[in-house]
Design a protein around this ligand. Structure first.
Ligand SMILES: NC(=O)C1=CN([C@@H]2O[C@H](COP(=O)(O)OP(=O)(O)OC[C@H]3O[C@@H](n4cnc5c(N)ncnc54)[C@H](O)[C@@H]3O)[C@@H](O)[C@H]2O)C=CC1
Ligand SMILES: O=C(OP(=O)(O)O)[C@H](O)COP(=O)(O)O
Length: 335
């Protein structure tokens, strides 16, 4: 069977990782990536063998920098079956007309509004909803992390209510422009944060409220999660459920911070020290007065990457069963 042709529009933190993950699968291939200017990332993309496309007015600058240009972004889109739009939040929506005109499917990221795509996606929770769809949005990193723990607990015990406080990394490690560098910023001050409502876009029946603050760190986000469950259960029951989830990792063995999780990623030899799984602190899983509490850390740069691969498989009708797609993606990526 011919491989599905995937184009990556926007080759930053998320785009470059989606390209590499797609490249590892045997049922899809990268037919192009887009960059708006020549730099080390553009050169590395070219050296990896990804055809580089750019804006019409940037083609000369690329060529001058020694980077062959395969064509315009419009050309790239025309060559694809599905475009994964990884442009900055709010920019992606401007591309919808381009995708519609070319008749290609498109995936957006969590920086765009739900209404743009009509389907908000998490592979564990609602793989089937994206099946055969033209437009899908993979929810943001924090929302992905929440869906992965809420969905299996809801299936097993029923979730009556979720309260979550998110401590968000202020910027990605590569980002020299964002802050704060010396402040804790309630973000947003007006409640709730977008994460609770976004979880409801994936699982409408979940009662959840979320609050968020930004901290001067770049490595990972950390969540304090509190859930009221419908059925009585023990912390050990919850741990057992988490252990069954291929994209949830229970951590301990002296790991007491996000810095040590990133070190774990390095020691595991993960590309770019990526941690594709939710990292739940084993010792934090606690039942108190019938309610569940735990801490989890979310590697914002990489957690949504396997879900993007699964979204492609669902939209392109390559695999009907979500669990099988997840297993296939995991195998190829080494999760
Ligand atoms: N960085 C993160 O932690 C996460 C980001 N997301 C979401 O993923 C999306 C992308 O975010 P990042 O990768 O962090 O952004 P980024 O800023 O690292 O990368 C965006 C890339 O798109 C390029 N670009 C800008 N305008 C373009 C255009 N018109 N056409 C083609 N390329 C263009 C930029 O030059 C850059 O290379 C956003 O919706 C964001 O909310 C989701 C999960 C985690
Ligand atoms: O998807 C993310 O966070 P979110 O789940 O809090 O929206 C990414 O960390 C991007 O967040 P940013 O908008 O602070 O760069």
């Amino acid at each position: 069977m011919a491989k599905v042709k995937v184009a990556i529009n926007g080759y930053g933190t998320i785009g470059k990782r989606v390209a590499d993950a797609v490249n590892l699968q045997n049922d899809m291939e990268v037919v192009g990536i887009s960059k708006t200017r020549p730099n080390f990332e553009t050169m590395l993309a070219h050296e990896k063998g990804y055809p580089v496309y750019t804006l019409t007015e940037k083609a000369d600058a690329m060529k001058k920098a020694g980077i062959p240009v395969a064509g315009t972004i419009e050309d790239m889109v025309a060559n694809a079956d599905v475009v994964v739009d990884c442009t900055p939040g709010g920019v992606g929506e401007e591309n919808k007309g381009l995708y519609e005109k070319a008749g290609v499917k498109a995936i957006w990221q969590g920086g765009e509004e739900h209404e743009l795509a009509g389907v908000s996606f998490n592979a564990s929770a609602n793989y089937e909803e994206a099946f055969g769809k033209d437009f899908v949005r993979v929810v943001s990193c924090n929302t992905t992390g929440l869906c992965r723990v809420i969905y299996p607990l809801d299936r097993q015990f029923g979730v009556n209510k979720v309260r979550v406080t998110l401590m968000r990394r202020a910027a990605d490690p590569r980002d020299v422009k964002k802050g704060p560098i010396n402040a804790i910023v309630p973000n947003p001050i007006k409640l709730p944060s977008h994460h609770g409502p976004d979880v409801k876009m994936v699982m409408p029946h979940i009662n959840i409220v979320s609050t968020a603050v930004k901290l001067p760190t770049t490595l990972m986000h950390v969540h304090t999660v509190n859930m009221e469950l419908d059925k009585e259960c023990s912390a050990e029951d919850v741990r057992s459920i988490f252990k069954e989830q291929s994209r949830v990792r229970l951590i301990g063995q002296g790991i007491g911070s996000t810095a040590e999780i990133i070190e774990l990623g390095r020691d595991l030899g993960r590309p770019r020290n990526d941690m594709w799984e939710n990292c739940v602190w084993d010792d934090s899983v606690t039942m108190h007065e019938g309610e569940l509490y735990f801490f989890q850390a979310i590697h914002q740069e990489s957690i949504v990457i396997p879900d993007n691969v699964d979204a492609i498989r669902s939209m392109m009708e390559l695999e009907k069963d979500g669990a099988r797609s997840i297993a296939k993606t995991n195998r190829a990526m080494g999760i």
